[in-house]
Design a binder for this molecule. Sequence first.
Ligand SMILES: C[S@@+](CC[C@H](N)C(=O)[O-])C[C@H]1O[C@@H](n2cnc3c(N)ncnc32)[C@H](O)[C@@H]1O
Length: 260
Amino acid sequence: MKTKVDQNFDNLSERFRKNIYNTPKGQIRLNVLWRDLIEQIPAIESGGLSILDAGAGQGNFALQLAQKNHQLTLCDLSIKMLQDAQALFAEHKLEQGVHFIHSPVQELSEHIETQYDIVLFHAVLEWLAEPEETLRQLLTFIKPGGYLSLMFYSRSGLIYQNLTNGNFDNILNNSLSGEGKSLTPTNPQDPQDVYQWLNNFKLNTVLKSGVRVFYDGISRERRKQINEEQLFELEKRFSRIEPYCSLARYVHVLCQKQGK
Ligand SMILES: C[S@@+](CC[C@H](N)C(=O)[O-])C[C@H]1O[C@@H](n2cnc3c(N)ncnc32)[C@H](O)[C@@H]1O
């Protein structure tokens, strides 16, 4: 069934914090994103870039960027998530000069006129009713020659997990979307569709990485025994290698806008 509205995280903020960031899953995500950005945009390490984090949530990734002295703007549909982000920045004494905008991406032009060196859109696409159109609107905020860092929840990864877990009914009934109250996305995206949109938007794809290539397939019992350093190392190693990349839970695509 088609998602009718974008998912506001006001009622999911507490579970999101517990379930994602304080876990190896969150650490894998941060490791892969950070590695990808540094590799392609060395100025990420030295600071001074203007960065829009669209659907920034609780600001965990943006905080790392603020620690490198970039100029940050965070926007989110959820006031609760945005307040959590503000509190996180305040806790680290990094809120000075940061713009927090309570707005859906679709209405951002009512708040900002500027364009950014980098626009982040991490784990938002799969919660939207109109992902392609919303992405198209977001691109107007990237400077010519600037970057889009897009990470989305992969429908292919979800199908593979349901198959290997023996959840055949979910596949046969095409029941792969979460309900509004769960942390399973309401609109998982087929990577091939997203690549096609990016192509149509005339963005140059610079790199693609899988995020959580195999971790979710390890049983809960076994997870308690694994060496986390090895886990992080191997997740990074296989993130760019096919077929592993395409079966990951998320795909990170870094694209560059033409021009300059
Ligand atoms: C899964 S969270 C991801 C948060 C953050 N980007 C991260 O990676 O941790 C998705 C976020 O997108 C926000 N969101 C959903 N639809 C949106 C929209 N149309 N405009 C802006 N934010 C939106 C939600 O409120 C939520 O905070």
